[in-house]
Design a protein around this ligand. Structure first.
Ligand SMILES: Cc1ncc(COP(=O)(O)O)c(C=O)c1O
Length: 440
């Protein structure tokens, strides 16, 4: 066999290889990454980027956190795979016990899988098994994943084009999107009441009224960082339970400190019947979970559900180390830096193209608009092209940021929770400059 020359890949070679051999499911961001640490990504030519998106809100305790890496390496040396449901292992039990401690209320038993979409799928199955009902209600603009069950819950056609049908028996109620409210200009409490009444109306008119679950994100991530009014989630929980269903909170994106509390539900003083998790759980190693009180979890019988890789000991060891790091200061930093970021972004509202800024902790959005055109909910028209150009310009300036939302016009700040003030300040300054340049 001839020896291959040992040529290190450059950025172009990696992008070309990706284009040729990886399915074209995502427009290339053109930031190939060779290595990473903290909030810094380094490409194959040594260029550094400040990452304020964390690989879609995943590297919560910073890229390549040493403690997490060491924990995973130590477990690699011991035992890599035996299927946790065939050969119970130490890390999976330790993690399940830890989740019972850190999750709210009497949530106690967890199922482990490999991703957020699987966590949502499993939660639907458990809710159906426990209640004996099939119907599920979710929210318009919500995002819960891309496999056919979670995709059915996702309230956004752009993820479904050409791939329907998904599962049946899912109905959507309006999102609590106050900036583009369809209920007129109301106080936060009145808006929460109107949105909950809409949910009740949708259940009354579009379902049998016998629910397995109402599934919501406490703060919508892909929908555009939509924060509900204070009382909304507890009203949703009441409505779900009044109809015999479970209240399922999808904390895949909001959990693990993202909003400045360990769970976003902590801000709203609600306890779900099932809590779904993934993304930040193991700081980048593939792991998902859903957790329920014993009474609900025990509706599953042996053989009802399984995942070959779920509860992989290396991922569980990484998750335990991640939770340590979160409790050791990362969540507190998210709270502190998030408070600063909220104020700093609010100042951007003086720019004519900034319609709204909103968020909790280090999950913050800047909604860009065209002030000359009117759009949904009596707010100015969404400016998706501007948002895309702003994202591109930031990247050229060495800052990786998210661009998304139902209308694709929201700039998303979701940095590692360990980010320092001067890094955040730089990102906000670059964002201001990019909007000022691109809005002309
Ligand atoms: C709230 C929510 N649920 C589920 C998912 C799906 O997670 P995954 O991409 O790990 O399947 C996501 C992903 O963005 C999400 O934000």
């Amino acid at each position: 066999m001839s020896e291959q020359p040992d040529v290190p890949p450059d950025n172009a070679a990696v992008v070309e290889g990706y284009d040729e051999y990886v399915m074209p499911i995502w427009k290339s961001l053109n930031v190939p990454v060779d290595r990473a640490s903290g909030c810094t990504l380094v490409d194959f030519e040594g260029n550094e980027y400040l990452d304020v998106f964390s690989g879609i809100s995943v590297a919560n305790v910073g890229h390549n956190d040493e403690t997490v890496t060491e924990a995973a390496k130590a477990q690699l040396d011991e035992f890599v795979h035996g299927c946790s449901y065939v050969h119970p292992n130490g890390p999976v039990v330790e993690l399940a016990e830890r989740l019972a401690e850190v999750t709210p209320g009497d949530l106690q038993k967890s199922f482990f899988c490999n991703s957020g979409t699987e966590a949502v799928e499993g939660a639907i199955k458990l809710a159906r098994k426990y209640t004996g009902s099939k119907e599920v209600v979710a929210l318009e603009m919500g995002f819960h994943g891309r496999t056919l069950g979670s995709l059915a819950l996702t309230g956004n056609h752009s993820y479904k084009h050409g791939m329907a049908p998904t599962i049946n028996d899912v109905t959507h109620a309006p999102a609590p999107y106050q900036y583009r409210s369809e209920y007129g200009d109301r106080s936060e409490a009145a808006f929460a009441e109107a949105a909950a009444a809409e949910l009740e109306r949708v259940i009354g008119t579009h379902t049998s009224g016998d629910l397995a679950a109402v599934v919501v994100e406490p703060v919508m991530g892909e929908g555009g960082i939509v924060v509900p009014p204070a009382d909304y989630l507890s009203r949703v929980a009441d409505v779900a339970r009044d109809h015999g269903g479970l209240f399922v909170l999808d904390e895949v994106q909001t959990g693990y400190g993202r909003t400045g509390e360990f769970w976003a539900s902590d801000h709203f003083d609600v306890t779900p019947d099932i809590l779904t998790q993934a993304k930040g759980i193991a700081n980048g190693l593939p792991l998902g979970a859903f957790t329920a009180p014993a009474e609900i979890a025990d509706a599953f019988e042996a053989g009802d559900h399984l995942s070959t890789f779920g509860g992989n000991p290396v991922c569980c060891a990484a998750a335990l180390a991640t939770i340590d790091q979160l409790e050791d200061g990362a969540v507190a930093n998210a709270r502190e830096q998030g408070a600063w970021l909220t104020d700093a972004l609010a100042e951007l509202e003086a720019l004519e193209s900034v319609g709204d800024t909103r968020g909790l902790g280090l999950m913050q959005g800047v909604e860009l608009v065209d002030p000359a055109e009117s759009g949904p909910g009596d707010a100015p028209a969404p400016a998706a092209d501007l948002a895309s150009r702003v994202g591109d310009r930031l990247r050229e300036q060495g800052v990786v940021i998210g661009v998304g939302g139902y209308y694709k016009n929201v700039i998303r700040f979701q940095p590692p929770l360990t980010i320092e003030r001067q890094q955040l300040r730089r990102a906000v300054e670059e964002l201001r400059a990019a909007i000022e340049t691109e809005q002309r």
